[in-house]
Design a protein around this ligand. Structure first.
Ligand SMILES: *[C@@H]1O[C@H](CO)[C@@H](O)[C@H](O)[C@H]1NC(C)=O
Ligand SMILES: *[C@@H]1O[C@H](CO)[C@@H](O)[C@H](O)[C@H]1NC(C)=O
Ligand SMILES: *[C@@H]1O[C@H](CO)[C@@H](O)[C@H](O)[C@H]1NC(C)=O
Ligand SMILES: *[C@@H]1O[C@H](CO)[C@@H](O)[C@H](O)[C@H]1NC(C)=O
Ligand SMILES: *[C@@H]1O[C@H](CO)[C@@H](O)[C@H](O)[C@H]1NC(C)=O
Ligand SMILES: *[C@@H]1O[C@H](CO)[C@@H](O)[C@H](O)[C@H]1NC(C)=O
Ligand SMILES: *[C@@H]1O[C@H](CO)[C@@H](O)[C@H](O)[C@H]1NC(C)=O
Length: 672
């Protein structure tokens, strides 16, 4: 062979290789639709659509953990083109995912309530950032069988945008075991169960058990939005959100909405549940959160939609068909226009007998939908179902029974959120909010915060004028010491922090090191030199107290005095604890209350500066100036008026909340 011939040959060969490679590549790139394959022709895509299944599991512990493990393995085993995203902050989810490949993802970048329940609107928003052909939301305990994947492959070729719902069936025990790789089911003898046999047996042993929370929803990811309305901040769980999305999708007419319960085999294990009224549970929180939504949105929360007239997807002699229970029409494509009208083919024109039989099966299971959550929500919207302080405290307090308390009214709700975002950033979870009014309570509930209402708080807290020295301010501050006393009596140590105290670091370890019978408080002294425990220099907006006899006795004195005093509680604090004119002062930074033996310790202002100390707030870079001094917190006090206070804090950059998106600034989100 001449060299030139060899060159030609090699060019030829590499050309062939390239063609082969590109053919191979096109096969491997299913997201790029091959132009030769017409969707209308219903040609199956060679490798099937990329599917992402989203869910929000609870902790992987106990029997619920086992049920979740089986369910999620069953999804992953269906096809290598399925990815599962678990929205969770729980370490057990991370550890479960670690034993799988990259197709099982834990994502904590959504908003959660303090009990770890994610917000559905946040999950939906997040789901858009995962590229896939089809998005699916499934309850974490629902097992899927392979007909899920074949239904998805069929639907992927539909030439319109669609949204499906499917109800799983309820089974009391699983007669088979899922193989380790999740791809098939085994008998006791370790023999594989044939799919047909499996479906027959499971279907016989189970029954429809429609409940909104268990519904499967799926849609083609690209294309029209699901609905036109703005999704309210529902909590993920019992399924109010499913009900809302489906009715909104039906009335928006942007997508073809149908019921695929007959072509997607899905099961969940029935298990005995304890009907308890434990208010610290995720479920009851969801209930309270969503019933508040109902109360806020009223009857406008849901549009009227008739679910029992949903078109049904069925499989008849190996073909997928849509059946419209209203017109009795059967069609293969589900319709051509976006409204989802069926191509009206009258039954007898096409394989009458078989199709009739299929339709009869489907008709006979009609009425299985009991879409009752709408009524539930309406009913519960009327209920006022506040959390009991006791159950909140026991769920939130840290191992030393310490909690961080803040008290806020509606005019300070944004500052409260900034404070909350700071807590999240510092990974402090033992905080609790006392709402002084109804609006703050509702607001905090919708933000998923641990909140309780102080029923004895003044009702007319004015928006702008509740500043230092005003009558309103006096009443609000008195509410604070009353609440602290109440919590101390329940056996919890309290760090009270006003929302205008910005935290650089968690001060609890230092503050709790003072031990019992010490009240450690910020000093309001502005003079750089001299004693810091002079009259009226005890700041009642930041202090730490232990739950012990002398502290409770001393706080009782403060509350009693404040109740009859015409001033704010700050003088009551000082006069009761340090004596009028400072008669109980000890040294330059302490007092000793003689009746109760409580020691009052004024905190070092370099670590806990007030708003006047060292002119810190006037510094060009407040954060840096504080950091040089070693501050743990800084108080945004010694400034008059809500607006000025807010402005000072936002401009200084010590602000963690984005008011427009109603979310914590990105850096303060906890991410995995
Ligand atoms: C599941 O089905 C059983 C009857 O087979 C029923 O008693 C039970 O209430 C169902 N469970 C659910 C959650 O619907
Ligand atoms: C449910 O109640 C039974 C007895 O009433 C109890 O033994 C069991 O621990 C409870 N389960 C849960 C999860 O609370
Ligand atoms: C809903 O649709 C079903 C089936 O078409 C019909 O029987 C029922 O009367 C409708 N209900 C309402 C409230 O419109
Ligand atoms: C369905 O709801 C109706 C009331 O709307 C109720 O009477 C009926 O018992 C419910 N059926 C089931 C199976 O829950
Ligand atoms: C609880 O107290 C102990 C002993 O004072 C301390 O070591 C520990 O860090 C405290 N725990 C928390 C969460 O502050
Ligand atoms: C600050 O303290 C110093 C020394 O204790 C004292 O001389 C001075 O008068 C004080 N200044 C004010 C404004 O109180
Ligand atoms: C305070 O301390 C003194 C001396 O230690 C003691 O006699 C008295 O009983 C204590 N009072 C209280 C209320 O604990």
């Amino acid at each position: 062979m001449k060299p030139s011939q060899m060159g030609l040959c090699s060019i030829w060969l590499s050309g062939l290789m390239l063609i082969a490679l590109s053919l191979y590549a096109t096969q491997k790139l299913p997201s790029i639709k091959q132009p030769l394959l017409s969707r209308r022709g219903h040609l199956r895509h060679p490798v099937g659509p990329r599917i992402t299944i989203f869910t929000a599991p609870g902790p992987f512990s106990g029997s619920a953990g086992d049920r979740q493990r089986v369910a999620i393995r069953s999804w992953l085993g269906l096809s290598p083109r399925i990815t599962v995203v678990m929205f969770s902050q729980d370490a057990s989810a991370v550890s479960f995912a670690s034993s799988f490949d990259s197709r099982l993802i834990v994502d904590a970048d959504v908003d959660f309530t303090f009990l770890g329940t994610p917000f559905f609107h946040s999950m939906m928003a997040r789901s858009r950032s995962f590229g896939s052909d089809i998005s699916v939301f499934v309850n974490p305990e629902t097992i899927l069988l392979p007909d899920f994947t074949s239904s998805m492959s069929f639907l992927h070729e539909l030439d319109q945008d669609w949204l499906l719902v499917a109800s799983p069936r309820n089974i009391s025990y699983l007669p088979f075991r899922l193989s380790d790789d999740g791809t098939h089911w085994l008998k006791e003898s370790d023999k594989r169960v044939k799919m047909k046999e499996l479906q027959e047996i499971l279907s016989r042993k189970s029954q429809w058990s429609p409940s909104d929370g268990k519904l499967i929803t799926a849609w083609n990811s690209r294309g029209s939005p699901l609905h036109t309305g703005t999704l309210p901040p529902f909590l993920y769980g019992k399924g109010t959100h499913n009900h809302w999305v489906i009715s909104e999708a039906l009335s928006s007419h942007l997508r073809f909405v149908f019921d695929a319960s007959w072509t997607i085999s899905s099961y969940f294990l029935d298990y005995p549940t304890n009907q308890s009224n434990d208010l610290s549970g995720r479920e009851s929180w969801e209930y309270v959160g969503n019933s508040h939504l109902g109360a806020l949105y009223g009857s406008s929360l849901f549009r009227e939609a008739n679910f029992s007239s949903l078109v049904r997807l069925m499989k008849c002699s190996g073909r997928y068909l849509f059946f419209d229970p209203v017109s009795y029409a059967v069609s293969r494509s589900g319709g051509r226009n976006k409204v989802g009208l069926l191509e009206k083919k009258i039954l007898h024109s096409w394989r009458k007998k078989k199709v009739s039989a299929c339709v009869e099966t489907i008709k006979s299971s009609e009425g299985m939908w009991n879409w009752s959550s709408k009524n539930q929500l309406k009913a519960s919207a009327k209920l006022d179902f506040p959390f009991l302080l006791e159950s909140l405290l026991s769920g939130i307090a840290d191992e030393n029974k310490t909690i961080v308390l803040t008290v806020a009214g509606y005019s300070y709700k944004d500052m409260m959120m900034s404070w909350v975002c700071r807590m999240r950033h510092l990974k402090i979870t033992n905080f609790i909010i006392c709402a002084l009014d109804r609006e703050t309570y509702d607001f905090a509930i919708l933000q998923g915060l641990p909140v309780f209402r102080d029923s004895s708080a003044p009702r007319d807290i004015s928006f702008d004028n509740c500043h230092f020295g005003s009558k309103c301010f006096q009443r609000v501050t008195k509410a604070k010491s009353r609440i602290v006393l109440k919590i101390l009596k329940l056996g919890y140590n309290v760090l009270l922090s006003d929302v205008d105290v910005y935290w650089f670091k968690n001060p609890v370890p230092l503050l709790s090191s003072f031990g019992p019978s010490v009240l450690a408080a910020q000093s309001d002294e502005y003079n750089k030199t001299g004693p810091i425990n002079m009259p009226r220099r005890l700041n009642s907006g930041f202090y730490f107290v232990f739950s012990d006899g002398s502290t409770v006795a001393a706080m009782e004195k403060v509350v009693k005095h404040a109740a009859t005093s015409g001033l704010s509680e700050q003088p009551s604090f000082y006069d009761m604890l340090c004596g009028e004119g400072g008669s109980n002062r000890v040294g330059d930074n302490m007092c000793k209350e003689p009746e109760t033996n409580l020691t009052i310790y004024f905190l070092d202002r370099d670590l806990f500066p007030n708003g006047a100390y060292e002119g810190l707030w006037e510094k060009r870079n407040v954060r840096e100036a504080c950091s040089k001094m070693g501050c743990l917190v800084i108080h945004n006090n010694w400034i008059s008026g809500r607006r000025k206070k807010l402005e000072r804090q936002v401009l200084s950059g010590l602000w963690e909340y984005d008011i427009s998106t109603r979310m914590c600034k990105q850096s303060s989100k906890i991410s995995c």
